[in-house]
Ligand binder design. Structure first.
Ligand code: NAD
Ligand code: IPM
Ligand code: MN
Length: 351
């Protein structure tokens, strides 16, 4: 589902890479194109049409570009592209959003932070994706005391907290065994419960060291000393903000992939960035985040970590060759287009 803005440009490259890596392997993938976001609104009058809903449910995995564009910002909220994205996440029950932020060594100087602060960085943000203030009822704009008031509701029940907690503890077990739960327990009741459930779960994962941090401090620590983190688990809105922030540690938001998983093993894979209307249609968008999302697709939805690694290694090789889109351009490197990055990754797969 390419979506809007740079979505079609970047998904085209990721699909080419996917097709190339499965060719000659024992995995066969069949592809279907789907409409979502503004593209779906234009064609069907809705950001998440019924046909797309069916396609999503039938698929083992969805690869998504991005949604949104200023031209849709004046539409009624239920018709906006972003609603399409929220709807597909909710429809498939994709509660676990994994956003890994790594610094590839070739990009040590591309980050806005000093190389010694970010070199070797490898953190995973586990963001709760189907709850919190994004979906809480009641919500709306109402008239109170003669003026309009906007209101949203944040709530989390124990079950929602526990299932995202388990995903994070299990991820930490497979990595550096350190989990930092980020909340605002000094102010919010949702966070108070969140912290209580995380502490309770910790007893079941004695090999994982659990710590807690307030979200404001976490934002500061991510910039001050990001390598102190291994896995971060947090609620929907905090995770949205912190993952964009973490993306700059890896050089560019164009480098940050994501996987959104449900309890049945289905997944949606998309870059963490948006539709970048400011650069859409120019062939300059960085397709790496989408290509790396395709690697996560092979790993999580098809159990093919081997093929995922081939894509990841190919991305490293392309960066080592000095090929760069403008967002990660550095002195002495060669600036190339979105499509040229995609082609170079295909070539570096070494089929
Ligand atoms: P954005 O992530 O689209 O862009 C922020 C900045 O990062 C822009 O300067 C953009 O050019 C740059 N950028 C993003 N991806 C890039 C890439 N692959 N290569 C190079 N540069 C890249 O965020 P925004 O501008 O706040 O939002 C634009 C639209 O995207 C809005 O409609 C928003 O709702 C939507 N959005 C969608 C998603 C999604 O589909 N998952 C995520 C975030 C924002
Ligand atoms: C993201 C985006 C979305 C979110 C928007 C477009 C609904 O920012 O995927 O991070 O807030 O989850
Ligand atoms: Mn976001």
């Amino acid at each position: 589902m390419p979506g809007d803005g740079i979505g079609p440009e970047i998904t085209e490259q990721a699909v080419n890479v996917l097709k190339a890596v499965v060719e000659g392997s024992d995995l066969e993938l069949s592809f279907t194109d789907g409409l979502i976001g503004g593209a779906a609104f234009d064609a069907e009058g809705q950001p998440f049409p019924e046909i797309t809903r069916q396609q999503a449910n039938e698929a083992d995995a969805v690869l998504l570009g991005a949604v949104g564009s200023p031209q849709y910002d004046e539409l009624d909220r239920p018709l906006r592209p972003e609603r399409g994205l929220l709807a597909i996440r909710k429809e498939l029950g994709l509660f676990a959003n994994l956003r890994p932020a790594m610094l590839y060594s070739a990009l040590a100087d591309a980050s806005s932070l000093k190389p010694e602060v970010v070199s070797g960085l490898d953190i995973l943000i586990v963001r709760e994706l189907t709850g919190g203030v994004y979906f809480g009822q009641p919500r709306g704009i109402r008239e109170v005391d003669g003026q309009r008031e906007g209101f949203n509701t944040m709530h989390y029940n124990e079950g929602e907290i526990e299932r995202i907690g388990r995903v994070a503890f299990e991820a930490a077990q497979k990595r550096g065994k350190r989990l930092c739960s980020v909340d605002k327990a000094n102010v919010l009741e949702t966070s108070e419960l969140w912290r209580e459930v995380m502490n309770r779960l910790a007893a079941e994962y004695p090999d994982v060291e659990l710590s807690h941090m307030y979200v404001d401090n976490a934002a500061m620590q991510l910039v001050r000393a990001p390598k102190q983190f291994d896995v971060i688990v947090t609620e929907n809105l905090f995770g949205d903000i912190l993952s964009d922030q973490a993306s700059m540690l890896s050089g560019s938001i164009g480098m940050l992939p994501s996987a959104s998983l449900n309890e049945k093993g289905q997944g949606l894979y998309e870059p963490s960035h948006g539709s970048a209307p400011d650069i859409a249609g120019q062939g300059v968008a960085n397709p790496m985040a989408t290509i790396l999302s395709a690697a996560m697709l092979l790993r999580y939805s098809f159990g093919r970590g081997d093929l995922a690694e081939r894509i990841e290694n190919a991305c490293v090789a392309v960066l080592d060759q000095g090929l760069r889109t403008p967002d990660i351009m550095q002195a002495g490197m060669r600036q190339v287009s979105t499509a040229e990055i995609g082609e170079a990754v295909v070539n570096a797969l070494g089929n």
